[in-house]
Design a protein around this ligand. Structure first.
Ligand code: GRF
Length: 206
């Protein structure tokens, strides 16, 4: 049984690509991308989906009256495609609590910093500006707050002397592309359970 997932993108979609590649390479992956939804037309993420033969939907942010109607349109599109979960892969819009109510503990997000440090749209830049020596990547379940919710997995990435936002983000993305497909697979296989604010991986002591 494959868990049908909707992947939401706003841009390049390199994390989407990593998930597509993982589903193609692993017959036992346990998840299939049934639709890719973007809030922007013309982005590389949509091309990647089309190249893989995955249906796409563009739901332009500007055409929604408000955040609530945008959230409803996104969730409706995902459900219409048969998706049982939402995977936010560089999706730059904030959904309302309605999405969490419709997909409880079934929305995953990837963030390019070690949550709870440096949430928001500029996680890499903010970590660099703060002068941290270690930052990284977080995959978490989405709750009603931004870049918040039970943490599923994190990978640390050292900040190197002379790093720019671009060089640091490039090294973070290398880790993202390993971590996100692995987490989506574990989720699809039912290996993750949420106990309060803690995610327990099957086989791990809680
Ligand atoms: C990633 O770094 C992700 O952590 C952040 O946005 C970026 C998206 O990259 N939320 P891509 O579109 O997957 O290439």
């Amino acid at each position: 049984m494959q868990l049908p997932i909707a992947v939401l993108v706003s841009g390049s979609g390199s994390n989407l690509q990593a998930i597509i590649d993982a589903t193609a390479a692993d017959p036992d992956y346990g998840a299939a991308v049934v639709i890719v939804i973007s809030d922007r037309p013309g982005v590389r993420g949509l091309e990647r989906a089309a190249e893989a033969g995955i249906p796409t939907r563009v739901i332009p942010w500007q055409e929604s009256a408000d955040r609530a109607s945008f959230t409803k349109a996104v969730c409706d599109a995902a459900e219409d495609a048969g998706a049982a979960a939402l995977v936010l892969a560089g999706f730059m819009r904030i959904l309302t609590k309605d999405a969490v109510d419709r997909f409880p503990n079934r929305i995953l997000n990837i963030h390019p910093a070690l949550i709870p440090s440096f949430p928001g749209a500029h996680g890499v830049r903010d970590a660099l500006a703060h002068g941290v020596k270690v930052t990284g990547v977080t995959v978490h379940f989405v709750d009603e707050d931004v870049d918040h919710g039970p943490i599923i997995a994190q990978t640390a990435v050292p900040v190197l002397t002379g790093d720019t936002e671009e060089s640091l983000h490039a090294r973070i993305q290398i880790e993202e592309h390993k971590l996100f497909p692995e987490v989506v697979k574990a989720f699809a296989k039912g290996r993750l359970s949420v106990e309060g604010n803690t995610v327990v991986w099957e086989g791990e002591e809680s």
